[in-house]
Ligand binder design. Structure first.
Ligand code: AMP
Length: 414
């Protein structure tokens, strides 16, 4: 099979067999945009989610440039370094890049925490051209002199927003500082919160920015409901929803990690088998929670937006938004976890009156109103009362704002 399209981007003939074997015929959008710039040696800021083909987008140019050096790496001195937030992602990248590197003499290795370090130390000693690592274990091995970053020529930060969410920012900065200033740098992230933009500005030199819009989910097929309920009554509301007969597997979303823990704990106390999954959990705890959810031991997963990214589990019948997300786009990502592969799915959002603006933003984005449904639960705070309080405080604020203007007007008149 010919692979003209990848070759047109500058990918060497050497990688063709691997591309054919992986059935990569047409480059994805991010590959189209990033590969030529990276082969040229430019820094790249890639805004793209998992599933867009970003691994090959940075991996093929990385391997091609390192192969062109024609010089094997020295013991303990990797030349290409890829940082990933989780063990799963690191392994996934390692597997994909190893397949692409088959026709080259390059040696690749992967290190992560939670397992013994001796095999990793031995592997590093043998000399790796490309090291794929999670930050914690890498720093550990650097401090023991098993890894030295002075020969790094290409540095990749993958899923930078998740690295930050998981609290790796300090570690990442230390690692970046340990590499030579003269290097090619790549940063990939699905979202660009301020902390990621700052990191990008620090570590990238005149980057080419490539951005791929996430795949649009067809939300029309998902049955969407909204229940107006005051925050203190949301636990009763979510419990009521989860106890419906048609709920087989559900993912509940909270905005904060703390919130995810709290909701999971309260649900467990109420006899609902729920587990929280977020960036502060250890790798093992997250794997356990996910496995339990996949095999049906746990039927409710309580997740934050970033932790839920990449979770692809069949049979999720319900998504419950314990709070609406700040970004309306996240609502679409969240509810896309249900109704996969043509299956029916339901998404339920619990909305406190303070979240109504966010609800309207979501409705504008999906271009349809969401059906409102009251639940048969006892509430401690009637929603109407909060709305009244809000209106009152708006009026008071309005009066405060108007007063100075009157003063200025009277001074002008005088
Ligand atoms: P990634 O975003 O790198 O995790 O890739 C998502 C999935 O798409 C992986 O299973 C890749 O193997 C696959 N993939 C990436 N690029 C292509 C391509 N150009 N053609 C076909 N499949 C691809």
């Amino acid at each position: 099979m010919s692979n003209d399209l990848f070759q047109k981007l500058g990918v060497s003939q050497k990688f063709q067999a691997a591309l054919d074997a992986a059935n990569f015929v047409t480059p994805s959008q991010i590959q189209d945009q990033a590969i030529p710039a990276l082969i040229e040696g430019r820094d790249v800021l890639g805004i793209a989610q998992t599933g867009t083909g970003k691994t090959a987008a940075f991996g093929l140019p990385l391997l091609q440039r390192l192969d062109a050096r024609n010089k094997p790496a020295q013991s303990n001195h990797p030349v290409g370094l890829v940082l990933a937030p989780t063990r799963e992602l690191a392994i996934q990248i390692h597997t994909e890049l190893t397949a692409f590197a088959a026709a080259t003499p390059l040696r690749l290795g992967c290190i992560y925490g939670g397992v013994g370090q001796n095999p990793q130390v031995k592997m590093l000693r043998s000399g790796l051209d490309v090291l794929i690592a999670t930050p914690g274990r890498l720093l550990d091995l650097i401090s023991q002199q098993h890894v030295k970053l002075g020969h790094v020529e290409i540095l990749v930060l993958d899923e930078a927003d998740r690295l930050l969410d998981m609290g790796f920012i300090r570690d990442v900065k230390k690692i970046v500082a340990a590499t030579p200033r003269k290097r090619q740098s790549l940063l990939f992230s699905a979202t660009m919160p301020d902390a990621v933009s700052e990191l990008a500005a620090e570590m990238l030199h005149k980057p080419v920015r490539v951005e791929v819009a996430p795949k649009q989910v067809t939300v029309e097929k998902i049955d969407q409901r909204v229940t107006m309920v005051a925050t203190p009554d949301k636990l009763a509301a979510i419990e009521h929803i989860l106890r419906r007969d048609d709920v087989k597997k559900a993912i509940a979303f909270t905005r904060t990690k703390h919130g995810a823990d709290k909701v999971a704990r309260k649900l467990r106390n109420a006899g609902i088998n729920a587990e929280a999954i977020h960036g502060n959990k250890s790798q093992n705890a997250r794997s356990r929670a996910l496995d339990g959810f996949k095999n049906g031991d746990t039927w409710v997963l309580v997740a934050t937006d970033i932790a839920a990214r990449g979770i692809d589990i069949d049979g999720v019948t319900h998504v419950v938004n314990f709070e609406l997300p700040h970004e309306p786009e996240s609502y679409v990502h969240r509810i896309g976890r249900t109704g996969r592969a043509g299956a029916a799915g339901s998404a339920w959002s619990l909305v406190d009156p303070s979240e109504v603006k966010r609800l309207r933003a979501v409705e504008r984005l999906i271009r349809m109103p969401i059906t409102q449904e009251d639940l048969d639960i006892e509430v401690t705070v009637p929603v109407e009362r909060i709305v009244q309080q809000q209106q009152k405080s708006h009026q008071e604020q309005g009066q405060k704002r108007r007063r100075p203007r009157r003063r200025r007007a009277s001074r002008a008149a005088a």
